[in-house]
Design a protein around this ligand. Structure first.
Ligand code: SF4
Length: 260
């Protein structure tokens, strides 16, 4: 049973109206648009992450899903979603190049949480990609590799959804600084929910430790951010958390959240 004594909001967030009941919509609401998303962005800017998720699940489920890479932020959101809405939808992009520890997290999540976990993979296997585009594409053209192995599967994952949920935080990269808690994703044409946009890394780890949420053990081995094996390196203590992604390249985003 969930420990409801643990706060679900980060410092600075509005208090959680824990007693407010979830309400099911009487009829499927019409898909949202950019104008409506802009209103929600203002409305939820200071709301607690759990309240944002509660509203989003009430409004969009089952046409909403969490994009999960099994990193710390995603585990916080997944933990909240599973409590708020058993059977909530979660998808992951299986590039075929993930760490063994990440696949182990996937298996643990599937056993422990009452969620609907969906896998999306690239059209090309890693071996087929090497035949068609040359070996180690990630070392020569990581943008192309991410388009093939992440963005295209994401596009398929988002088709049929009205909203997706992500674990991005504003302080992760300069591109994420302007992320709204709720925003319109013009690139993919649906609402994007970033419940942890205002959280810090400390907020994330406070939640994980206070609630005993499982996390990828690579985080304890110098990997603050975890992606594909060829493009993820450990970061020295106190270093920029994203500097371990695509080391040697200017690239800081895989193309899921910002134009490359
Ligand atoms: S993170 Fe690296 S290996 Fe993974 S899809 Fe992007 S370029 Fe390819």
């Amino acid at each position: 049973m969930a420990d409801t004594t643990v706060p679900s909001s980060a410092p600075g967030e509005a208090p959680s109206p824990a007693s407010r009941p979830s309400t099911e919509p009487e009829a499927p609401p019409a898909p949202a648009d950019a104008q409506q998303a802009a209103q929600w962005r203002q409305q939820f800017e200071t709301a607690a992450a759990e309240d944002v998720l509660r509203w989003a699940l009430d409004r969009f489920h089952p046409r909403i899903a969490l994009a999960c890479s099994f990193q710390a932020e995603d585990m916080v959101i997944l933990d909240m979603m599973a409590r708020l809405r058993p059977g909530a939808r979660v998808f992951y992009l299986d590039t075929g190049l993930l760490f063994a520890e990440t696949y182990a997290m996937r298996d643990l999540v599937a056993r422990r949480y009452d969620i609907r976990l969906e896998r999306f993979s690239p059209e090309l296997s890693v071996a087929r990609q090497a035949v068609e585009h040359g070996p180690n594409l990630w070392a020569r053209d990581p943008n192309r590799c991410c388009t093939l192995r992440k963005v295209e599967p994401l596009r398929r994952a988002l088709s049929g959804l009205d909203a997706w949920v992500t674990g991005i935080r504003r302080d992760q990269t300069p591109q994420r600084r302007s992320a709204g808690v709720v925003e319109w994703d013009a690139r993919f044409g649906l609402v994007k929910i970033n419940p942890l946009a205002r959280w810090t890394a400390d907020d994330v780890w406070r939640y994980i430790r206070s609630r005993g949420v499982p996390y990828n053990p690579l985080h304890d081995q110098g990997f603050p951010s975890i992606g594909c094996i060829p493009c993820t390196a450990p970061v020295p203590e106190g270093g920029d958390a994203r500097s371990g992604r695509w080391p040697g390249f200017e690239k800081t985003e895989c193309g899921l959240h910002a134009d490359q």
